[in-house]
Design a binder for this molecule. Structure first.
Ligand SMILES: NC(=O)c1ccc[n+]([C@@H]2O[C@H](COP(=O)([O-])OP(=O)(O)OC[C@H]3O[C@@H](n4cnc5c(N)ncnc54)[C@H](O)[C@@H]3O)[C@@H](O)[C@H]2O)c1
Ligand SMILES: N[C@H](C(=O)O)[C@H](O)COP(=O)(O)O
Length: 322
């Protein structure tokens, strides 16, 4: 921790989405932290005019709980209307926050929702924050984990087409992901040892090889060798019955093989208060559980529950991870 109160960078994300208006809900909400909004003040309404600028050199002295780090937009914004010209701005806010985390100016970063499609339309290949932040920080294996109350769901693969998932589930990848998950659950959640339930890939975890071979060829031998290292793993289990209360009661986290195997369950259970945490990075990063909600942008009706939960979790992680 760089100071008495943790200093948290917040990126509002896509300027035409709900991210900027959600930032207003953070005013006076976290007096025990210093929040630095990395954005063009123009997207923040009154807050953009009123909040003081962040001064990295005077950060220990400032009493302000919320300050701004200005990054200029390319084009003015109309809520709900995507403009690829502003995609470089969105990426620059992320770079600024990452650089600040790496240099020690910030203790953690919290990201608002970006629109992956419009960033790609701008000419920049982009699959998600998870992969982008990993590239910026030279992290070989970022691990996406969403948390809602006591349910924690991590993923072996993140943003890739479903047809590419089986080939991506290799012994090497599964080993790396499970080691990171085990280590970070110890470090940030105090779980010693964390009890992890691992799904199969195929229906009924392959039904003994009659419905797919990945469990027998990849998942079972990987779990066996990691158990020999001391990890507490159960699986591969059929994903449909793994997520039942009596199995979850015996677990600290679930590792699912792909995005839409694990996240629909998590979001059904906790949408609006869940937090997306990236493990395996040299920095602390949390995020909201929702997207840009262009249908709501500019109406000030969007729920800030997940953003507040993401800030709370980032602050907690700065203290747990010391
Ligand atoms: N953390 C992130 O950056 C992140 C997370 C998820 C999705 N996305 C991106 O967001 C874009 C839109 O995705 P989508 O339409 O699938 O999901 P979405 O979460 O934007 O919207 C899904 C539904 O939930 C509602 N909703 C979302 N957030 C809400 C809130 N805070 N309060 C009230 N209602 C809310 C929306 O109005 C919509 O009806 C995509 O480009 C996607 O990749 C980004
Ligand atoms: N997979 C996330 C979700 O469904 O909530 C979302 O796309 C954000 O991912 P990044 O944090 O990688 O942008």
């Amino acid at each position: 921790m760089t100071g008495q109160r943790p200093c948290i960078a917040i990126t509002p994300g896509e300027p035409a989405g709900i991210g900027p208006e959600l930032i207003t809900h953070l005013v006076d909400a976290f007096p025990a932290a210093r929040l630095v909004i990395v954005a063009d003040p123009a997207v923040l309404g009154d807050l953009g005019r009123d909040a003081p600028l962040f001064d990295p050199d005077a950060r220990e002295q400032t009493a302000d709980s919320l300050t701004l780090w200005p990054v200029p937009l390319a084009q003015s914004v109309q809520p709900g209307r995507l403009d690829p010209a502003n995609a470089p701005y969105v990426l620059e806010t992320l770079r600024t926050a990452v650089e600040g985390c790496l240099s020690g100016v910030f203790d953690a970063m919290v990201t608002g929702p970006v629109h992956k499609g419009v960033i790609n339309e701008s000419g920049q290949a982009f699959t998600g924050h998870t992969e982008f932040l990993a590239a910026l920080t030279d992290a070989p294996t970022p691990v996406m984990m969403l948390v809602a109350d006591t349910l924690r769901v991590a993923l072996v693969t993140t943003h890739l087409p479903l047809k590419d998932v089986p080939a991506a589930i290799t012994r090497e990848r599964l080993t790396a992901v499970l080691r990171i998950l085990d280590a970070d659950l110890r470090r940030f959640y105090g779980l010693r040892p964390p009890r992890i339930l691992v799904t199969g890939l195929n229906p009924h975890a392959g039904e003994g090889g009659h419905m797919g071979q990945e469990e027998i060829a990849v998942i079972e031998p990987t779990l066996a060798s990691l158990r020999d290292e001391g990890l507490t793993l159960t699986g591969p289990m059929p994903a449909d019955t793994l997520f039942t209360p009596h199995h979850l009661a015996e677990a600290d986290a679930v590792l699912a093989m792909y995005h839409d195997q694990g996240l629909p369950v998590l979001k059904h259970a906790g949408f609006g208060r869940a937090v997306n945490v990236t493990l395996g990075l040299p920095i602390i990063r949390t995020s909201v559980d929702h997207g840009t909600a262009l249908d709501l942008a500019g109406q000030h009706r969007a729920d800030a529950g997940s953003l507040k939960a993401a800030v709370t979790e980032a602050i907690r992680m700065t203290q747990a991870g010391r």
